[in-house]
Design a protein around this ligand. Structure first.
Ligand SMILES: [Zn+2]
Length: 81
């Protein structure tokens, strides 16, 4: 529990909640009032970012997007022998 970041897209009205601690862990030190990602629905970067400490009663019915695991993959390219 801690600071909750709510990112809302004014264009398509998609809204996503994150824990500030998760964003700091995944994205590193950054300004928390900047949107962490473009809107996943319409790709807009003009997003409305708000942060607050939620009341415990609020958390019973809140879906929060959290990092599960990091995926590392190989990039291949063609080269002259
Ligand atoms: Zn959007």
């Amino acid at each position: 529990m801690g600071m909750l970041i709510t990112v809302r897209c004014p264009g398509c009205n998609r809204k996503v909640h994150y824990w500030a601690a998760d964003l700091l862990q995944v994205l590193g030190d950054r300004r928390l009032n900047e949107p962490p990602f473009p809107c996943s629905r319409c790709n807009s970067r003009e997003l409305d970012v708000r942060w607050r400490i939620p009341a415990p009663s609020e958390l019973t019915d809140l879906t929060i997007r959290r990092p599960i695991r990091q995926v590392v993959r190989w990039i291949w390219r063609n080269e002259k022998a």
